[in-house]
Design a protein around this ligand. Sequence first.
Ligand SMILES: Cc1ncc(C[n+]2csc(CCOP(=O)(O)OP(=O)(O)O)c2C)c(N)n1
Ligand SMILES: [Mg+2]
Length: 683
Amino acid sequence: MNAKVQSFESGSGPAAAPARDSVNVLRALAMDAVQKANSGHPGMPMGMAEIATVLWRGHLRHNPANPAWPDRDRFVLSNGHGSMLLYALLHLSGYALPMEELRRFRQMGSKTPGHPEYGITPGAETTTGPLGQGISNAVGLAVADKLLAERFNRPGFELFSHHTYVFLGDGCLMEGISHEACSLAGTLGLGRLIAFYDDNGISIDGHVHGWFTDDTPKRFEAYGWHVIADVDGHDTAAVDAAIRAAKAVTDRPSLICCKTVIAKGAPTKAGTHESHGAPLGDKEIAAARSALGWKYPAFEVPQSVYADWDAREAGAAAESRWRELLRGYTRSYPAEAHELQRRLSGDLPEDFDTRVRDLTTRVKEKGQSIATRKASQDVIEALAPALPELLGGSADLAGSNLTLWSGSRSIVGAPAGNYIHYGVREFGMAAIMNGIALHGGLIPYGGTFLTFSDYCRNALRMAALMRIRSIFVFTHDSIGLGEDGPTHQPVEHVASLRLIPNMDVWRPCDTEETVVAWAAALERRDGPTSLILSRQNLPFQKRDERVSAAIARGGYVLLEPAGAAAGSALQAIILATGSEVDLAAAAHKLLSEAGRAVRVVSMPCTSLFDRQSREYREAVLPPGVPCVAVEAGVPDTWRKYVGQGEVIGMTSFGESAPASELFRHFGFTPERVAGAVQAVLSG
Ligand SMILES: Cc1ncc(C[n+]2csc(CCOP(=O)(O)OP(=O)(O)O)c2C)c(N)n1
Ligand SMILES: [Mg+2]
């Protein structure tokens, strides 16, 4: 094992100072890669070089050969614009990120994209760049670590004991979400969360004194964090001492406030916002080289520096110690070990399908006409006992979102709880959920009113971009929520959620579709799901087995031509979701009585329907058959299905009134839908 790596980790005295080149290599790689790409952010990597060196070489427990090892320390670069710092750290430590990738920084298909991206760069724990979300993901990672430790650790078997380290800058602290997430982290006492504030006084527009004058240490003390103020971020011994002090405090998260100089080492641009997000230029880089005493050409790293940084041996040893621990654990606690392996692999329990099938049978037998939010709660109640990885929550709307079930236990107070009262923090909740999903071993679901999905918005997008299993429960899904009025009545939200690539949006129409929606969300391993649920009761739709089986395709034929028109050639289709499916069914009845051969297609999840074969899609929506879509939201996303047909939707905000009156007022009546079909047919 490398002697210098050892010196930080095991010594109790002050750490040996790292060799000058071993720090400056981070500066050189950042300057050169940004210059070559002619794009990027050299300032932050140069300013945080000492902090990164001390943390990564002296404290971070990680194995470059296995970035997925469950008990590795997590490192989150919340100020993700400094991505070159992370890439240099990963490269030097021995991850599968060769120098060729650093040369291809920000180029098409490289493993070194503009901002760190989960799933692209080995060792990137989360996608960062949207400021404030990295620290919030880190809170989620730390929550997951804490809960898994409470659930699985046993005396002598500390299977979960890792730290979550975060770098963040002024930008992350200015973003409101940092308040949401850090406030909750304080309340939860996340003792193994350690954040480093890059206090350089600079953001894009210049010196921050005109727009950011918070007393950050006091702010975090008020949250209940352990704060280490006024650390010289360029003094490696001081940073090392701060990390040791942070690790020693185990009942609160720690914030280490490091005074730094952005682009330190660049003779004229250090300390200025010009170095934040633009190449330094050849002249400045040459001058920085001589100021730093860095004698090597671009992308050349001397062997001695590589040897200093190489974390492969120490990492392999750390992981194998953990594997040994796991073997002992498996002998002593075989059932727990088996459960843990399953959960970490992301597999659902073996009997999951059977449970869903049994639940579906019960739901069909009962045929209840209840709100889909209530149906959702019933699904959770039925499945959660067999899904201990489910970690629920709500942004202070538990009783409205119906996210609690009889086995819910708050994570505060009781060990190994399974429910987070996120408080009124929608964006924080969504980003924390993403961190929990990223950690592994837990599946987060969390609720708020659909209209406040806007507050969560960028975290929903990040979940979709990262392809992770976060399940968002959005209730009170339309004007159907009634008297709370237009502030609370979503109009554009369902459509706008559907616009996020890789976000599956389910808007079930009854109890049976709600079961299918939940099952799909839980089974989906490559992306998030938004469940859109009603406040008001919705009638149960009767289906035979064949029709029931088709729900899982996202869109299916619910009703075929009936009455006088039964068996005749199809004349028109009514497409609907959620609360409007029953309306479509009522219009279908009127049209059938009038001898029209009409079909009703329920389409609870459009993206899933779009992923079906062309053959299936055309069987459900035969080309050339006129369509009318009805949904109590903006009409636009339905145009691609109806072609020249008609869409009945909301073209304004709602109103404050009882729900039934609102549906009438805005034209959601069987007569209007039937009339639209007649008009399309005669037009
Ligand atoms: C949510 C969000 N808003 C805006 C930006 C654009 N942006 C990137 S970095 C930055 C300034 C960040 O300042 P700081 O964190 O102090 O970074 P430093 O310049 O010190 O590296 C801004 C506004 C962003 N990435 N994310
Ligand atoms: Mg700054």
